[in-house]
Every structure is written in C-alpha cells, then in structure tokens.
Design a protein around this ligand. Structure first.
Ligand code: DON
Length: 304
C-alpha cells in the first residue's frame, strides 16, 4: 500500500523552499495580491481517504479550472450538440489567442481556451433560468458544499481589464456563434472564473470525473461516456500550449487556472489538487506541475 500522506509530505518539503516559484498573474489586478509562498496539496482517494498538506484549506480563485465544471453542465444539457459550436483539438497556442477562433471560422479550437469557454458560457446563459445563481448551485451540489461562492472583487477586476475576452466574444458574435449579448455572457464567464474554492473543495467537485459521473453525494450528473470525453479534453487541452508537457511529465488529465491551482485525476482511483500561485511562462503553476510530476513518478500512477 502506498503511504500517500508520506508521499505528499515529501513533495511538499522538496518544493516548499524552491527558489524559483514563478510569477503571480497580474493581468487580473486582484490576483496580483496573492502570496507566492502559498502552497498546498490535497489528495482525495476514491476509497474515501483524504490526505493533505500545507495551504490546502485556503480559498483561492479557481479561474480556468471552472471551465471544466461549466463544460460538464453544458454537456449534461446538450450532449453531442455542443460539438457543433466548439471543436476538441489541442491548441498549441496560449489560452487567449484569437487566432484559435479566427482561423477556425468562429468555431473555437476547444472548450478550455477562453474563446471556447465563452461559447460554453453562452450555452449556460441560454439554458439556466438564473445563470449565475444556478451555476453556483450546481458547483455547490457536485462538491457537497453549500459555502462555495464567487469572489465579486475578482469578477469585477477581470471585467475592468478583460479586453481580450471582449474581443473574443465580439468575434464569436460576428461569426454567429454567440446567441446572447456579449455583456451578459462575459458577466457570467467572469463570475464563473471568479469562483473561490480551496484544494479540498476542488477535489470534491472533480470527484465525479474520477467516479464515472457520480458526484460526492453519489448522484449521477453526467454519463460515463461524457466523463470519457471530458477527461480526454482535459488531457489534450487542459494546459493549453503546455498540454503535451503535462501529459509527458504527469500523465493524467487535468486543468490549471491562473490563480495557481491545478487539478488532475486518475479515473477510478483519485483526484489531486495543488495550489501555488506563481506561474510559468505558459500560465500554469510552476511548483504545481513539479509537485504532480513527483507524485505520479513516486507512486507509479498515471493513465499510461
Ligand atoms: O479569461 C481569463 O483570462 C481568466 N478568467 C482565466 C484564464 C486562465 O485561468 C488560464 N489558465 N491557466
């Protein structure tokens, strides 16, 4: 039996005092306030055991990690129809590049780059009666945690500086791939990205992707076939132009956010979440990626 607590303690101690911790995102001014020294790891095993170390219980901005949760809700509504509006190919370019939309005639390359996530947000705005509250309730339900909330300061901060996302949404509108108003869709998207959760809450929310579509309270939200597709998209697109590197080093489907969080999972086995706000030049947590590489190497666990 692997001693998971010992493994994550060792990784934590290996990396806690690393001299290069990357650079905290500052294009969303509110995120620039994060402390580079924060570092936490949380592991949730499918057998019910949990292991944690460091700042695993401190809430942070989940940012692009939310794109997977939004995608799961949109797929639950639309199933295969969603793929008429967004593709499933890796990008090989940064998450905010408009070329990934313009070169594809208005069909974003995948649902995890910003343009694709904005199409997913448009679907949820159309489908949900009270989009922001209903989506928040969905995240609370799949996590089994009613205390989760949006950080309104972060949502506002991103809106004030969100020129790139406004450009993407306007391009989508021009290509007839946005049914609702740009303002309404982006307001939803900025709130979605501003969800504030700690490592354990994210692990609980992503449990259903390792548990055949059934959430922490054993309710089926998506089918096993839908889980397969979402995990495949995380593997091929979850780290943008570093998806190859993440698959190579870590070997798990996962998703990063510019708040410094990374979630990764092994179906039928575990979910692991790391948080370290300093990013590498591709916008992924520098220490988080190293921690996950050490985890799958030390435990011999990966999808490969
Ligand atoms: O739209 C944005 O730029 C942010 N709300 C999310 C970007 C993000 O987290 C990219 N991930 N690494």
């Amino acid at each position: 039996m692997t001693d998971f607590q010992n493994v994550i303690n060792t990784i934590y101690n290996n990396l806690k005092s690393a001299t290069d911790k990357g650079i905290v995102a500052d294009y969303i001014p509110e995120l620039a306030k994060q402390k580079k020294e924060s570092f936490g790891i949380y592991l949730k095993h499918i057998n019910g055991n949990n292991y944690h170390v460091g700042d695993w219980d401190k809430p942070f901005s989940i940012q692009s990690i939310s794109k997977v949760l939004a995608l799961s809700k949109a797929i639950a509504f639309e199933d295969k129809k969603i793929w008429e509006r967004v593709d499933v190919e890796p990008s090989g370019d940064p998450f905010n590049h408009l070329s990934l939309l313009e070169h594809e005639n208005g069909i974003p390359r995948n649902p995890l780059i910003n343009a694709g996530a904005i199409v997913v947000a448009d679907i949820l705005v159309s489908r949900l009666n009270n989009p922001k509250q209903d989506f928040l309730n969905y995240v609370r339900d799949i996590s089994g945690d009613q205390t989760i909330n949006y950080n309104l300061k972060v949502a506002k901060s991103e809106k004030l500086t969100g020129y790139n996302n406004y450009a993407a949404a306007n391009l989508l509108k021009a290509y007839n791939n946005l049914n609702n108003d740009v303002e309404v869709v982006l307001d939803f998207y900025f709130h979605q990205c501003a969800l504030e959760m700690n490592c354990s809450q994210i692990a609980n929310a992503f449990y259903m992707f390792s548990n055949r579509g059934k959430c922490i309270n054993n309710v089926a939200h998506i089918t096993l076939s839908q889980v397969k597709r979402i995990n495949a998209i995380m593997l091929t697109c979850g780290f943008y132009d570093e998806a190859g590197e993440f698959a190579f080093e870590v070997g798990l489907p996962g998703k990063s956010g510019v708040g410094g969080g990374i979630v990764a999972l092994l179906p039928d086995d575990f979910v692991i979440v790391t948080w370290s706000p300093g990013l590498n030049p591709k916008g992924n947590s520098l220490i988080g990626m190293q921690a996950l590489e050490q985890f799958t190497t030390k435990t011999n666990r990966s999808i490969f």
